[in-house]
Ligand binder design. Structure first.
Ligand code: GDP
Ligand code: GDP
Length: 461
């Protein structure tokens, strides 16, 4: 599971500034979930091959007993609870304050590993900047400057290598890439190719969506008719739950996003909606079912969650739920609305379902299977290269200035999502729209519905 780093500290110490730095990689994605999580930000970041999730907790005013600041403090406590590591940010210019002591006390009680960072320390003598912060009893303070980026990289290295060593680097097809990346041959003979991993027989499935769209209802419909094989498998330190079930001879592992517990014959969500759990489940899944609610307009929050799925590269099926409860007029209106707002999900299949009545659930699962197969499809080098050549013959990449891109061969660089690596010369000159054109040709040739497809260009000099 993705490790979660929470940024905690008084207002104005520089949490947002640090957050922006930690999520600045090309993979970064920032989302607000308005209403649910006031001013809380979630973002993906990556150091080398190691991905992580950062939560900016917004503010921390532990002394306030009611009102909005109190609500924020509660949110902050939840974020700490859901994190694997807290970066406690303080301010070198203001020095140590009573508030910092209170926060330190709360953090000690939380039992989470804490790294104490002293921000805004640029241009200060190191000893002067950090000495008084030892008093907090949270170990050695690390001087950083979020605004200037000083010390941030080593802070992160320390966090991921020393404090969270158990979280492994992403395996995303790395072994495939390394072995072929330096190859010079125009077309590798298929026999020497390190084959893609076999398709896993169990489909790891996450059902995500904002509160009340019907996630628990779908889970119960899925599990109600089936024999539940296992439950409560120990996950990470925070109890995430995996539920194994079998349907039509296929094995699935459902990754819970809502803190489901079994009560008699049904599963009930005992926790409220958790963005962190949702994002971790997406990262952990092979296939995501994104649920939307047909009785409501598509919201920004729906789009944010969808954005995370695309960013993660997971296969996707969309279930537009509560189709039983809306009239024909609403049906056509909601279809138009969804197509417009969710255009970026055009690789995915949309199902109009009723989780409550079980209508459309079997076809939805069929699409899950198909999306899973597409995500793990084997794309052979000869066929990829042929499709690429045919695409170029049909429409060559435009030259850029004096550069004429020359694509030489393509091979598969990963699965779930499938990655097509194209080798050649002057590939920097290839435009995004030409990449999309290629993507369409590969999708068509390999029937890749339901999964994002990535194309990577590697120029050899
Ligand atoms: P937050 O309320 O904790 O999220 O704090 P912000 O990130 O909004 O930062 C508060 C103020 O501190 C802003 O004016 C930032 O520009 C400033 N700031 C943040 N990091 C640094 C830093 O490393 N050095 C200095 N001098 N100012 C900083
Ligand atoms: P969750 O928060 O996403 O897990 O949503 P729930 O499964 O708890 O469902 C929220 C509410 O929507 C409940 O009152 C459900 O009975 C209702 N609901 C769920 N699925 C359907 C459906 O297919 N049709 C209708 N009409 N209501 C549904």
């Amino acid at each position: 599971m993705l490790p979660v780093i929470a940024l905690v500290g008084r207002p104005n110490v520089g949490k947002s500034t640090l957050f922006n730095r930690l999520t600045k990689s090309r993979d970064a994605l920032v989302a607000d979930f308005p209403g649910l999580t006031r001013d809380r930000h979630y973002g993906h970041g990556k150091v080398g091959p190691r991905p992580y999730l950062v939560v900016d907790t917004g503010g921390f005013e532990p002394v306030v007993k009611e009102g909005i600041l109190h609500a924020m403090a509660k949110q902050t406590l939840q974020a700490i609870d859901e994190s694997d590591l807290v970066i406690f940010l303080t301010d070198a210019r203001q020095g140590l304050t009573p508030h910092d002591h209170e926060i330190a006390e709360k953090l000690r009680k939380s039992g989470r590993p804490v790294i104490l960072a002293v921000n805004k320390s640029e241009g200060m003598r190191l000893s002067g900047a950090i000495s008084e912060f030892y008093e907090l009893g949270l170990g050695e303070p690390i001087a950083i400057s979020s605004a200037h980026g000083e010390g941030v990289k080593s802070l992160l290295d320390y966090a991921l290598e020393e404090v969270l060593p158990d979280y492994n680097a992403a395996e995303e097809g790395a072994d495939l890439e390394d072995s072929v990346a330096t190859a010079e041959a125009v077309a590798l003979p298929a026999s020497t190719e390190p084959g893609p991993k076999p398709v896993p027989s169990t489909i790891k499935l996450a059902i995500v969506g904002r509160p009340n769209v019907g996630k628990s209802t779908l889970v119960n419909t899925l599990l109600g008719e089936e024999r539940v094989i296992a439950f409560d498998m120990p996950g990470t330190t925070r109890d995430s739950i995996y539920i194994d079930f079998e349907r039509a001879g296929k094995q699935y592992t459902l990754i819970d996003t809502a803190g489901l517990r079994r009560r008699g014959k049904v599963f009930e969500a005992i926790e409220k909606f958790s963005v962190v759990k949702t994002l971790q489940a997406i990262a952990d899944a092979n296939v995501v079912v994104l649920m939307l609610d047909a009785s409501q307009d598509v919201s920004e929050q729906d789009a944010h969650i969808a954005g995370f799925v695309v960013e993660s590269g997971r296969a996707l099926v969309v279930g537009v739920n509560k189709w039983d409860g809306v009239d024909d007029y609403t049906r056509s209106r909601i279809k138009t609305d969804i197509l417009r707002k969710m255009q970026f999900l055009d690789f995915a299949k949309f199902h109009f379902i009723s989780a409550l009545k079980g209508a459309g659930v079997a076809p939805l699962l069929k699409s899950v299977d198909a999306a899973h197969a597409a995500a793990f499809a084997k794309l052979s080098t000869p066929k990829l290269t042929r499709v690429m050549q045919a695409a170029v013959e049909h429409q060559a990449p435009p030259r850029k200035g004096i550069f004429r891109p020359k694509m030489r061969y393509a091979h598969q660089g990963g699965q779930n999502p499938p990655i097509v690596v194209i080798h050649g010369n002057a590939l920097d000159a290839i435009s995004d729209s030409y990449k999309r054109y290629l993507e369409g040709r590969f999708r068509e040739a390999f029937q890749l519905q339901g999964t994002p497809l990535r194309i990577e260009l590697r120029s050899t000099k």
